[in-house]
Write a protein that binds this ligand. Structure first.
Ligand code: DX5
Ligand code: ZN
Length: 219
């Protein structure tokens, strides 16, 4: 089965971001994952909308923005206007998921929902008809390069099962700790969009060969 790889630029070289992005594009990568962290919902602070705006000017690829922030409704517009194609927020950060989904869609952006390893899928079940993607976290969000948590694999297969009964065929994504050792099991479980940061940008093989190897191992 063919899967999509979304390289997380968090692990790229920020002083050479566009050159890292172009190198991925030469390998036919067409989606980039942008990890937005606020120092509140997660301990780390990373990328703001100005960075998305700059990247947007240099690439036509899909910009897959992952908001790991409190009060996501306050920032959706800025990230949409900056040029995000997809915006994913965390279920743990809001009491009105439908309001945020509507806000994202009204800005002509695709809306995704994400859940932490400790959050049961029951929490997102009411919204599965409303989102185009569910992003299952396979690490506790906050940092790149963490160890994959295999306990989340059952969530991927259960989501696939739920989707069978629904009209809305949302995409199943997975994010965190995906590398040469773990990609095959996540794909077997049913993940279709695989986020990979360190495994694309920080291996000895270099970017192009790492992508090739990830693809090979996901077959
Ligand atoms: C974790 C982020 C991930 C992470 C992926 O908080 O949401 O996107 O950067 O990086 P790796 O692939 O290195 O785990
Ligand atoms: Zn992410």
């Amino acid at each position: 089965m063919s899967i999509e790889i979304s390289p997380s630029i968090l692990s790229a070289d920020f002083s050479n971001l566009i050159s890292d992005i172009s190198e991925c594009e030469k390998e036919n990568i067409g989606i980039f994952h942008i990890d937005v962290m606020d120092g509140h919902f997660v301990p780390n602070i990373t990328i703001g909308s100005v960075v998305v705006e700059s990247i947007r000017k240099k690439t036509k690829s899909i910009l897959d923005t992952h908001l790991m922030i409190e009060n996501p409704e306050r920032y959706v517009e800025a990230f949409a206007k900056a040029g995000s194609d997809w915006i994913t927020f965390h279920i743990e950060t809001t009491n009105s998921p439908l309001g945020i989904i509507k806000k994202i869609k009204d800005l002509n952006v695709k809306a995704g929902i994400s859940l932490n390893p400790g959050t049961p899928i029951e929490k997102i079940k009411p919204y599965l008809e409303d989102v185009f993607m569910v992003m299952v976290m396979s690490v506790n969000p906050g940092f790149g390069g963490q160890k994959f948590m295999p306990t989340v694999l059952s969530k991927v297969s259960r989501l696939k099962e739920c989707r069978g009964k629904l009209k809305n065929k949302f995409k199943i994504g997975i994010d965190g700790g995906i590398n040469f050792d773990t990609i095959s099991e996540v794909v077997k479980a049913g993940a279709e969009l695989v986020v990979a940061g360190s495994a694309v940008f920080k291996t000895e093989l270099g970017i192009r060969k790492s992508i090739e190897k990830l693809r090979e191992l996901s077959k």
